[in-house]
Design a protein around this ligand. Structure first.
Ligand SMILES: Cc1ncc(COP(=O)(O)O)c(C=O)c1O
Length: 385
């Protein structure tokens, strides 16, 4: 049967019917009163999801656009940047900063590990002349399925005095991420993950301290210019022609997030993440995340069993069950597969996807106790109500 595709990849994620219907209309004029009313709601509601009082700038661009928007509005050539890297997306911060002429120092750990906050503390304490101006990090590393302890790391960055720049692309609207309470200076996210809408929008909020650093930026971006975009937010407008239908979709998705409640949404992601990990382990597979405490509740990276390849698992799940799981990226390609549980994902999806994984492995000749994964998912969901 065709047309029942279910995306268990880490973005784009499934889009609710309510959102699809809202955006399946003719675009409205982006300078109209009608669109301005949509923007007023969106600009206000998204602050709650970012857990901030700062204005949230919205760009018509993918998540990497917001990454570029962060760096290009802060960095001057020669600025010292410390990049904390636990995977592909942490590495991307370093690349962008280098392209902007920053002097980047990388602190990198092995795939599957999180940053140890105490190591960051040591590095920053050793920087007695306060040379690091900016520290970049990834909250939830999509390429490895590991979540960093942003709260603790940011507290050390704050003590040092550098600006913290956090990639919350797969954490905001999925995992607890409290910009103001934790003292994050720049937080970015993207539409096609926890926000449950298609790709095409990205978000950025900056603290007062980050805005001061922006004032010193000699060559800020034009399209992503912070000042220009904040002026538009305050006028319930957009700087340039926006992806109108995606803003309409975002308005509906934010309503759905409000109805569920952020705490409930975080709890749902936690339950689903735990359930998927329990299911995978019960059938004898290993996770890339080395430690349960830092394993991501938004994305699970799994090693295939001996003798069965990642392409075989992915193609069987797709062909026979219409469930799409992601491959590993770069050096992890064909070494892991990744199951996303962020956004519009429910208990049913967790049970069905581990069921489909079991069925696929069974067909591929893997020896295990059939049903043990699904049983573990059901039990974990029940125990974590
Ligand atoms: C953590 C993280 N950062 C950055 C990105 C890049 O976002 P985009 O592909 O929307 O440009 C992604 C995309 O998967 C991501 O997961």
């Amino acid at each position: 049967m065709k047309d029942k595709t279910f995306l268990m990849i880490p973005g784009p994620t499934p889009v609710p019917e309510r959102v699809l219907s809202a955006m399946a209309k003719h675009p409205i004029g982006h300078r109209s009163t009608e669109f301005s009313e949509v923007l007023k709601k969106v600009y206000s509601d998204i602050k709650e999801v970012f857990q901030t009082k700062n204005e949230v700038l919205i760009f018509t661009a993918s998540g990497t656009g917001a990454m570029e928007a962060a760096i290009s509005n802060l960095v001057n050539p020669g600025d010292k940047v410390l990049s904390l890297i636990i995977g592909n997306f942490g590495e991307r911060w370093a690349k962008i900063a280098e392209m902007k002429g920053a002097q980047v120092t990388k602190y990198e750990v092995e795939a599957g590990e999180a940053i140890n906050p105490e190591e960051v503390k040591k590095i920053l304490e050793a920087d007695v002349n306060k040379e690091y101006k900016i520290v970049t990090l990834t909250h939830n590393e999509t390429s490895t399925g590991v979540t960093n302890d942003v709260k603790t790391i940011v507290s050390y960055i704050k003590k040092h005095g550098a600006i913290s720049v956090v990639d919350g692309i797969t954490s905001v609207a999925a995992l607890p991420c409290k910009m103001d309470e934790w003292g994050i200076d720049v937080l970015i996210s993207g539409s096609q993950k926890g926000f449950m809408i298609p790709p095409g929008l990205s978000f950025l909020a900056a603290s007062e301290k980050a805005w001061k650093k922006h004032e010193e930026c000699k060559n800020p971006s034009f399209y992503f210019n912070w000042k220009q975009n904040r002026k538009s937010v305050l006028e319930a407008s957009t700087a340039w022609t926006p992806a109108v239908n995606l803003f309409v979709a975002l308005d509906t998705a934010l309503q759905m997030i409000k109805e569920e409640g952020l705490e409930n949404l975080w709890k749902r992601h936690e339950r689903l993440g735990k359930a998927i990990r329990a299911g995978v382990k019960a059938i004898g597979l290993k996770l890339l995340a080395k430690d349960e405490a830092t394993a991501s509740n938004a994305i699970t990276a799994i090693l295939p069993p001996e003798g069965i390849t990642v392409p075989e698992i992915r193609s069987t799940m797709k062909k026979d069950y219409d469930i799409v799981v992601a491959n590993g990226q770069k050096t992890l390609k064909d070494k892991i597969f990744r199951m996303g549980t962020m956004g519009f994902v429910s208990e049913r999806d967790a049970i069905a996807s581990i069921g489909a994984l079991e069925a696929s492995l069974y067909k591929l000749g893997y020896k295990f106790e059939l049903g043990s994964g699904v049983a573990a998912v059901i039990k974990t969901l029940a125990e974590n109500k």
